[in-house]
Write a protein that binds this ligand. Structure first.
Ligand code: PNS
Length: 166
């Protein structure tokens, strides 16, 4: 049986921290689905289409990684696709409480949903999509924070952009 994992997130936008987790998940599982999901607590700066397109640009050469989007419950997506694992990156203790709650909620909704946490690398400890958006909004240097293929698009899209809530 193929071991399919889902890497869910807002990916608004994808960062090098996300990419590191996706890369490592792809060596553990047979197939990885990077899933642009809806987080009711956040207002996105990029459209779902833009986020999917950016991820596609950076994972297109990874053989066992695909991109998808979902505006429903993650647990239902797992049931539908036969995926058995949710892979999340953990940066710090502050991430843990929220991620732990999500993991338990997902398993309550679907007992086949096992959450696997991968610890971030030391250099990505501080990195988040919000940090990227804030730096790009003010015209700062985001190279080294986001994949090079999408660097220019993110910069041009966010510089003093009106519709961005950081
Ligand atoms: O990158 P984020 O914003 O921390 O990712 C959170 C996300 C999108 C993975 C989470 O909000 C999610 O799974 N949303 C889909 C709805 C859902 O299934 N929620 C969990 C049960 S309460």
């Amino acid at each position: 049986m193929k071991r399919i994992a889902v890497c869910p997130g807002s990916f608004d936008p994808i960062t090098l921290g996300h990419l590191d987790i996706i890369n490592r998940a792809s060596t553990i599982f047979d197939k990885v689905i990077v899933l642009v999901s809806f987080n009711a607590a956040k207002k996105a700066a990029f459209t779902v289409g833009e986020r999917v397109e950016m991820i596609y640009d950076v994972v297109r050469d990874m053989d066992n990684v695909v991109v998808d989007c979902n505006d429903g419950l993650l647990a239902d997506y797992l049931k539908r696709t036969g995926a058995t694992a949710i892979v999340k990156g953990l940066r710090a203790v502050s991430d843990f409480e929220y991620e732990f709650q999500m993991a338990l909620a997902n398993r309550k909704l679907y007992d086949g949903a096992e959450t696997v946490f991968l610890t971030t690398t030391g250099e990505n400890m501080f990195l988040s999509s919000s940090v990227v958006k804030q730096i790009a909004y003010f015209g700062g240097d985001i190279s080294g924070l986001v994949p090079p293929q999408i660097h220019d698009f993110i910069k041009s899209r966010l510089l003093k952009s009106d519709d961005i809530k950081i």
